[in-house]
Write a protein that binds this ligand. Structure first.
Ligand SMILES: NC(=O)c1ccc[n+]([C@@H]2O[C@H](COP(=O)([O-])OP(=O)(O)OC[C@H]3O[C@@H](n4cnc5c(N)ncnc54)[C@H](OP(=O)(O)O)[C@@H]3O)[C@@H](O)[C@H]2O)c1
Length: 256
């Protein structure tokens, strides 16, 4: 039985991804900052471990406690929607510590066991916001675009050791706790400075006008992560969600 370790399983994409791997016969190590068994169906194949990806001691403890892992899914992340002028530097640091450095640190910590076994798959969840510039997303997009670039270089470096790296790019998923968790990063929430209000109103109006089916559901992400982790023919970047699939096909010529 193969083992998958997934970060950020307390809600949204991570929770659905953990349930999907469980349903498909994997041993699942579901990590989150505060483990809560009530989120999952009872299963002998499920283990919950505490993990804060911004804390080196927490990373060391999870690597010890997990034992052999076949697939690492770096899903934990925080959002941030604001103008740069409305983004306190300590919030920018938190976004990068979680979305960027956290992914690099956890991946680095699992590499010795992957390399020793000459096997392993790393799936990093980024975002379709990285495909084209968008208003009010400079900080968040930079944190995720860095992981796209990191993953593509890392894939070259790890190929000689038979370790795979893939990216999953979800679209916009209003149903998860993402917006609420982003707002909790700063005591002011994501209050957008008055000067940028017109831009923000246009962004929110565009979202409100989007067709209801052109969004990403947690199950879309779980399925894309599962495919990326288990099917070696999956390309480096997989979109997840109807909006993501549409965006990716529009932007493909520009990326070629
Ligand atoms: N929702 C969207 O529109 C969207 C679109 C594209 C990409 N994404 C990306 O998809 C991933 C999952 O997002 P989601 O929508 O499922 O959001 P979510 O419901 O807010 O879930 C995010 C998860 O990350 C965890 N997390 C945050 N900081 C952490 C830390 N320092 N250490 C460990 N875990 C931490 C949270 O756990 P706690 O309970 O500990 O806070 C939570 O389980 C993120 O990487 C996000 O950037 C989201």
């Amino acid at each position: 039985m193969k083992t998958v370790l997934i970060t950020g399983c307390s809600s949204g994409f991570g929770l659905e991804t953990a349930k999907t791997f469980l349903d498909r016969g994997f041993r699942v190590i579901a990590t989150m900052r505060k483990p809560d068994a009530s989120l999952f169906p009872a299963s002998d194949n499920l283990e919950l471990l505490p993990l804060d990806v911004t804390d080196p001691d927490s990373i060391a403890r999870v690597v010890d406690a997990a034992g052999p892992v076949d697939i690492l899914v770096n899903n934990a992340g925080v959002g941030w929607l604001n103008a740069l002028e409305g983004s306190p530097v300590d919030v920018i640091r938190k976004v990068f510590e979680t979305n960027t450095i956290g992914v690099m640190a956890l991946t680095q910590a699992f590499l010795p066991q992957f390399r020793a076994r000459r096997a392993g798959m790393i799936v990093n969840v980024t975002s379709t916001v990285t495909l084209s510039p968008l208003h009010l997303l400079s900080v968040y997009t930079a944190s995720k675009a860095a992981i796209n670039a990191f993953s593509e270089c890392l894939a070259l470096e790890l190929a000689p050791f038979d370790i795979g790296v893939r990216l999953v790019l979800p679209g916009r998923a209003p149903a998860t706790d993402f917006g609420k968790n982003a707002a909790s990063l700063s005591p002011d929430g994501m209050r957008i400075p008055e000067t940028y209000k017109e831009i923000a109103d246009a962004v929110f109006a565009e979202w409100a006008a989007a067709p209801a089916d052109m969004v990403t559901r947690p199950q879309d992400v779980a399925d894309a992560v599962y495919r990326a982790a288990t099917d070696p023919s999956t390309p480096m970047r997989s979109p997840a969600g109807a909006d993501a699939v549409a965006l990716m096909s529009e932007s493909r010529p520009a990326l070629a």
